[in-house]
Ligand binder design. Sequence first.
Ligand SMILES: NC(=O)c1ccc[n+]([C@@H]2O[C@H](COP(=O)([O-])OP(=O)(O)OC[C@H]3O[C@@H](n4cnc5c(N)ncnc54)[C@H](OP(=O)(O)O)[C@@H]3O)[C@@H](O)[C@H]2O)c1
Length: 248
Amino acid sequence: MSVGIPIRRLWPEPSTQQLDDAALTTLYGRADEPRLRVNFVASLDGAVTLDGYSAGLSGQPDKRVFGVLRMVCDALVVAAGTLRHEGYRAVRLDERRRAWRREHGLTEYPTLVVVSGSLDLDPAQAAFADAPTRPIVLTHADAEPPPGLTDVADLLRCGTGRVDLAAGLTELHRRGLTQLLCEGGPHLLGALTAADLVDELCLTVAPLLAGPGPGRITAGDAAPPRPLPLRHVLAAEDGVLLLRHARP
Ligand SMILES: NC(=O)c1ccc[n+]([C@@H]2O[C@H](COP(=O)([O-])OP(=O)(O)OC[C@H]3O[C@@H](n4cnc5c(N)ncnc54)[C@H](OP(=O)(O)O)[C@@H]3O)[C@@H](O)[C@H]2O)c1
């Protein structure tokens, strides 16, 4: 089977061997303990979007790793802003990836978890209406759902007046969703960083200068810096770097 643009390991232990999907799955495997992994793509000069969207930064190697990360997680956590802006569709995996999940005792699809304070969400959006697994909306005690939202998603209320992210993650773990993959966006990453909840960042660096304008992968109120040591560097033949940083 073709894997498209070759990806090789640069660090640690550089290798000339192309990484197949099995090797990528090992490199991005599940952890024994609960973990919040965050995945982003950025330009060389730190932009999180091109023309307002992440798609312009993401090529075939990024999409390949993106697919592996979705395959190995229990739940896919996304902020309402990114869900609305990027027009998230239902989380679907191809048969090969669903088979991998079945073999590893997982549900066929990860659960979508949408983080929203306002509950300004459209139940007809395909991410909800088409979902193969009922999504969860992580919100707070005072948020009022729009008509129809509770027909297509379960509300998980943590915090009063604002979402208590730490309590939300603990509740997801209690429900057996321990391997969490967060696909952003920047305000959610900023809040997770401030709460010191980020265990891992997978960052794709696209080899281009986006120029001034777009924001960074993080946004919101200032937070203390959080060290996140480098675990591996992969390089795709088109010059894309795939970095994995994780807590010790
Ligand atoms: N390059 C990449 O990899 C990548 C990845 C993701 C997104 N993006 C880009 O990022 C942009 C969107 O970013 P954004 O700044 O709008 O940020 P965002 O974090 O996607 O969305 C912000 C919204 O999400 C909800 N939210 C986030 N953090 C929350 C918290 N701690 N508590 C409660 N609700 C929270 C709120 O929704 P409510 O308003 O419903 O309360 C908030 O208004 C888009 O342009 C998208 O394309 C890029």
